[in-house]
Every structure is written in structure tokens, then in C-alpha cells.
Design a protein around this ligand. Structure first.
Ligand SMILES: *Cc1c(COP(=O)(O)O)cnc(C)c1O
Length: 372
């Protein structure tokens, strides 16, 4: 069997949710599991988090329906709302809460005939200029939606552009604009993504929206005590399937990019960009072989990478490789590749089997719920 797989530690996922709760103890948690839970598997993650979370955030209607089909009954928020009015009856039937970010959505919702009213998450653009209403549009929409028969409840929300930069003053400025525009308006408030949960406690509000921190990686530009408690959930692993002893002057891989400057042991690992490992990984990108730090050597190909095993010369065919996980930071790999851990995780392709692990939880479950 091909040794490449993503091992998903569901205990770590639950632990990270506990960290979220401890950092923001007065907020409900909307666990963000869009894009197949950042590559970890949305349904399994939803079931693992279910008893301890208050709702889930997804990007698309298909993602939401996948959860409902699997029997998830929590509130589910569509982070981009609906894309066309014909989705509204399904939202109403399936109790899916749309984010309302644009005036056209307000109009379509107010014209819709739906059976049951929906809870809307009304989004204010406080400076990111991606999705969200202007302050004037927001207050007008709020007044109309509050009276509309199609609307059960209005949650007030915004999203931060720079919360990962712990010295950037824009987050405070966005927060200030949010407070000004929502002052006097009733409704729960939701502002904080992972970075804001970790670095900007004044923004926690009634509902936090953690994504990345649940998967165990901090988005912040500097460590904090809570960041250090996060446990990576995914370990992307494979193994060495071939070895080559090369002489000084020989080259490795497509484009002969890697030139051995001395006699070098090269290992071939059974994973490539077809599995979602970034083709942009330059020579020097860290790879753990037998828990030793080695480096990418040569262009990443579709099904393989090649690794310089200098310092790990005892390596044998079959030895384990970690591409990122508990022993190798996805943030560090991402930095080498000119991207962020979000993209690395989300791009792990469907070709990579997800292997779920958790300790036997029966004892804990029993003590938590006497009727369980
Ligand atoms: C994706 C997303 C989040 C989660 O962001 P993280 O940085 O992963 O915590 C929160 N809110 C919105 C609106 C999002 O789109």
C-alpha cells in the first residue's frame, strides 16, 4: 500500500476547541469547517467537535448540506450567504443561516417566500473591503430585516483584515467602526477569527469563529502562551521508497535543479504535488526523515519529492517521513514555500487517505453525560 496519508488526531482537535473556550470563555463557538475542515474532513471533524461546539461555519451550500445529510443538527452558517435567490427555500428548510453581505441579498431575502424564517448574520465592512455592507447600508438593512417575516433573528458581524499582525492598529480601528455602527442595535455580535481570539480579547463578542486554531496552528506573527498550547491535528506522512548515492556534480530531478556539491545520499519520498505538497517548495524546505530534519533537494514532481539525507545517512527504504505535523511546523514549511499553512492544509488532495485516530473516550463520555 502506498505509505502516503494524512493522520488526523481528533483528540488534538477537541483539545484545541478547549483552548478556544478557555481563551474566550464568555463566547459561543462557531467552529469553522469550510473547505472540508481545512482539508481534515468536515463530517468527521463536525462529529468530533459536535458535543462541545455551538455551531459550524461553512462557505457553500453544498458544504452545509453535506453536514445536514450526515445528521449534524447544529446551527450552520453560510459564510458567503446565498449566491442566488433560488437557494433560499433550501436554507429555510434546512435551517441554514446566511451571512448577508450585500444589498442585493437583502432585497432577494425580503422578496422571498419561505416557510420558516432564517437567522441572518448581517455583515458590516469595517475596512477589509471584501464582503460586507457600508455603515449606512448596514443600519438600513438591519431595520428592514428586523421587521421582515423572513427573518427570525439578526446577528451582527464583521471580519478583520490584519488580526494576525499583533502590532497592527487596523484591528482596533475596525473594532471601533463596528462598535460605532452597531451601537444601540440589538443582536449577538461576532467578530473574531482565530487570530483575533488569540490576540485581541476585546473582540471576542458573543460568537467567536475559530478556524485555523482548531487545526492546531497559530496564525499570529508571534507566539503567545495560548498558541503554544495548540496541538497540530494533521500529520502529513509518507516514507522513503528509494535511495541514491550521488557524486559531487550530479543533479537531481526535473530541470536538474539540485546540484550535489559533494557525495550526497538522496531519498525519494512517495508524495508530490498531486497530493497537494506545494510544487513551489524550494531546495532547503524542511522534511523530517526518521525524526531528523532533512531538506527538499530538487523540483517537486507530481508523485515524488527528493530529499537530501545529509546527516541522516542511516536512512533505509521504508523509513517514515513527516511533511508537517506535531514535529514539523506547517507554518515553517509554508514560509519556505511562499504561502501560509491554510493553503497547505486545504490543498492536501483527495488522493491522500485521511486516517483518523483518537483514544478510547468512553470513560470520559460516560462521566460527561450520564444518559449517553
Ligand atoms: C474562514 C473564516 C473564519 C476563520 O478564520 P481563521 O483565520 O481560520 O480562524 C472566520 N470568519 C470568516 C468570515 C471566515 O471566512
Amino acid at each position: 500500500m502506498r505509505p502516503t496519508r494524512a493522520v488526523i488526531d481528533l483528540d488534538a482537535l477537541r483539545h484545541n476547541l478547549q483552548v478556544t473556550r478557555r481563551v474566550a470563555p464568555y463566547s459561543k463557538v462557531l467552529a469553522v469547517i469550510k473547505a472540508d475542515a481545512y482539508g481534515h474532513g468536515a463530517v468527521v471533524c463536525a462529529e468530533a467537535l459536535g458535543p462541545r461546539t455551538d455551531g459550524f461555519g461553512v462557505a457553500t451550500l453544498d458544504e452545509a448540506l453535506e453536514l445536514r445529510t450526515a445528521g449534524v443538527r447544529h446551527p450552520v452558517v453560510l459564510m458567503a450567504g446565498f449566491f442566488e435567490a433560488d437557494e433560499l427555500p433550501t436554507l429555510s428548510e434546512q435551517r441554514l443561516d446566511p451571512v448577508i453581505h450585500s444589498p442585493w441579498q437583502v432585497e432577494q431575502l425580503l422578496e422571498a417566500s419561505i416557510e420558516a424564517p432564517v437567522r441572518v448574520w448581517l455583515k458590516l465592512d469595517t475596512g477589509m473591503h471584501r464582503l460586507g455592507l457600508t455603515a449606512d447600508e448596514f443600519r438600513t438593512a438591519y431595520a428592514r430585516l428586523r421587521q421582515a417575516p423572513q427573518v427570525e433573528d439578526v446577528v451582527l458581524m464583521t471580519h478583520f483584515a490584519d488580526a494576525d499582525e499583533t502590532s497592527n492598529r487596523e484591528t482596533a480601528a475596525q473594532f471601533e467602526r463596528f462598535q460605532q455602527t452597531t451601537s444601540g442595535l440589538e443582536g449577538a455580535q461576532s467578530l473574531a477569527n482565530s487570530a483575533a481570539i488569540l490576540a485581541w480579547p476585546e473582540t471576542h463578542g458573543d460568537w467567536t469563529r475559530p478556524g485555523m486554531m482548531l487545526y492546531g496552528w497559530s496564525p499570529l506573527d508571534r507566539p503567545t502562551p495560548a498558541c503554544d498550547e495548540l496541538q497540530p491535528v494533521m500529520r502529513l506522512e509518507s516514507s522513503v521508497i528509494a535511495l541514491h548515492r550521488l557524486e559531487a556534480g550530479e543533479t537531481v530531478g526535473y530541470g536538474s535543479r539540485y546540484l550535489c556539491s559533494r557525495p550526497t545520499l538522496i531519498g525519494v519520498v512517495a508524495l508530490g504535488y498531486g497530493d497537494g505538497y506545494p510544487r513551489t517548495a524550494p531546495d532547503g524546505t524542511p522534511v523530517l526523515v526518521n525524526d531528523r530534519r532533512c531538506t527538499v533537494a530538487g523540483t517537486v514532481s507530481m508523485d515524488f519529492i527528493t530529499v537530501d539525507l545529509t546527516g541522516a545517512e542511516e536512512t533505509r527504504v521504508g523509513d517514515p517521513v513527516e511533511l508537517w505535523g506535531p514535529s514539523l511546523s506547517a507554518n515553517e514549511v509554508a514560509t519556505h514555500c511562499g504561502t501560509i499553512a491554510y493553503e497547505l492544509l486545504t490543498r492536501v488532495s483527495s488522493r491522500v487517505p485521511r486516517h483518523y485516530v483518537e483514544r478510547d473516550e468512553r470513560d470520559e463520555e460516560n462521566s460527561l453525560s450520564p444518559h449517553g
